[in-house]
Design a protein around this ligand. Structure first.
Ligand SMILES: *[C@@H]1O[C@H](CO)[C@@H](O)[C@H](O)[C@H]1NC(C)=O
Ligand SMILES: *[C@@H]1O[C@H](CO)[C@@H](O)[C@H](O)[C@H]1NC(C)=O
Length: 468
């Protein structure tokens, strides 16, 4: 016991030093639409995205237009950035019909201090992380703690930046990016499937965008840590997105899960970012918001939208009038579900594209359970001494139960609660652990204890859309 406490103390010190971050809740959703102002400005996008940010997000919004927004579905008032990822769908085996999977709790965006001399994302920055066409993931078998010794090509690092967690809050939390792919039976993820993407944080210092929206950025040597290449020497604050899909809503129903781009595996998962920050505030936050709890309210430079303000911030215009919730015969944009390993092709709708008016989907497709998790990036001991037992390395992995308020600091657990992250004795560089999980929709604004969340176990047809 004594040695455990010692190790825990060491880790919390390292965490203090190395894991400064803030966690930005995006509690509403600005739009669910087949638009992508970064990759396909002015044109219908290839697939549907769930998009968080200001009301000025549109099919061709620029960073300046984002900044002119009058609200945001994310909490910090001085941030009008746009954040988006593909939406997730369920295809019924009996009818072949597809319908949107309810999303739980919006999105969480982590702004993390990783590396040296971290600076703010420059004004106008746009980044695409991940590759929607990817259906093969050769690096998926590599244990995360061994990444340091493994392939650091840009392709490998990109693949390491995408991952999933099968959430079950009755069990100890697993490390973020813990699964390399969507699990075989996602309906077993009782509290949702959390999709995650880490953004590259090394900037070339010159361009705020590039033709593929990636070339101006590189991953550092360890993907979420390490050093930047000489070609991209400027370290910006790291972005990490978490989005939870209520896959368990379909448990007991036979069918298939796939992202909106026709990806049933997860290898094509991706995220987009367009900087819409008040630049001065972002720069101040990068130097001042160093609280290791990640609690956004602890950052004095931010002003905050209320839960209601976030929930009610919707885009002013729907640009693509089509049904994006289903039940429907094809994914919007007609993406076929493809299993690879070859890359997916661009989809075409050879018949008439869906032109049904959009349904009143917002609000209602959110699940009952919101999750707020807190990441801590903890560098492990470089060369663990023979006396450092792997199980001790797991002492910071824990799950905190509800009744939390976000002003609470994550605590160091008393006992190991999870399998050790590794049993290897080679250089361990870092482990990403989820140290807080909470369970109430109103966790940020309701001081009263949370109510027990109601679950919709079986959803038939589109009944859930009228729930609220
Ligand atoms: C960080 O800045 C210091 C001081 O300018 C410099 O000596 C150091 O090399 C920088 N580190 C990196 C990784 O650029
Ligand atoms: C597919 O779409 C992407 C993005 O719109 C485009 O860059 C690419 O050239 C297209 N590929 C083909 C084969 O049409």
């Amino acid at each position: 016991m004594r040695s455990q406490l010692t190790i825990a103390t060491v880790f919390s010190c390292l965490a203090l030093e190395a894991s400064a971050f803030w966690r930005l809740p995006c509690r509403g959703r600005s739009t669910l639409q087949r638009i992508d102002p970064l990759v396909n400005p002015g044109l219908p996008a290839g697939h549907v995205h769930t998009i968080q940010g200001p009301d000025t997000i549109s099919i061709d919004s620029t960073n300046e237009e984002l900044m002119a927004g009058s609200c945001s579905s994310c909490q910090v008032k001085q941030d009008k950035s746009a954040y988006w990822t593909p939406a997730m769908y369920f295809q019924h085996a009996d009818t072949g019909k597809l319908e949107i999977i309810p999303q739980t709790g919006g999105m969480l965006v982590y702004y993390l201090q990783r590396g040296e001399n971290v600076t703010a994302a420059p004004p106008g920055l746009r980044i695409l992380a991940g590759d929607p066409f990817l259906r093969n993931f050769p690096y998926r078998t590599i244990e995360k703690s061994l990444w340091q010794a493994q392939d650091r090509t840009e392709d490998a690092l990109r693949q390491k930046a995408v991952g999933f967690n099968c959430l079950n809050y009755d069990e100890p939390a697993n490390a973020a990016l813990g699964l390399r792919a969507i699990p075989d039976d996602p309906s077993k993820c009782k509290d949702g499937l959390r999709a995650e993407v880490f953004f590259p944080s090394c900037w070339d210092g010159k361009r705020v965008d590039s033709p593929d929206h990636k070339d101006h950025m590189r991953y550092p040597s360890l993907m979420d840590d390490g050093t930047c290449p000489e070609t991209h020497p400027v370290r910006i604050i790291s972005l990490f997105y978490e989005t939870i899909w209520d896959v368990a809503a379909f448990s007991g129903i036979e069918g298939k899960y796939a992202f909106s781009d026709g990806d049933p595996l997860g290898y094509g998962y991706h995220g987009d970012f367009m900087n819409g920050w008040d630049q001065g505030v972002l720069e101040q936050a990068v130097t001042e918001c160093l609280d290791p709890s990640g609690v956004v309210e602890k950052c004095g430079v931010f002003q905050h939208y209320t839960e209601e303000e976030m929930q009610s911030c919707k885009v002013k215009n729907i640009d693509i009038l089509e049904d994006v919730t289903g039940p429907m015969d094809k994914l919007p944009g007609c993406n076929p579900i493809t299993h690879g390993p070859e890359r997916a092709l661009n989809a075409t709708c050879d018949g008439t594209p869906a032109t049904n008016p959009p349904k009143d989907e917002d609000q209602s497709i959110y699940g009952d359970i919101a999750s707020s998790s807190s990441l801590s990036y903890i560098p492990l001991i470089q060369n663990p001494s023979p006396t450092t037992k792997p199980e001790l390395l797991a002492t910071l992995i824990t799950t905190q139960r509800p009744t939390q308020t976000p002003t609470q600091t994550p605590v160091v657990p008393e006992a190991p609660t999870s399998d050790p992250p590794t049993t290897s004795t080679v250089n361990l560089h870092l482990v990403i652990v989820t140290i807080t999980e909470t369970k109430t929709v109103d966790v940020y604004y309701t001081p009263t204890p949370p109510t027990v969340p109601k679950r919709r176990r079986h959803i038939h047809g589109g009944a859930h859309r009228h729930k609220h």
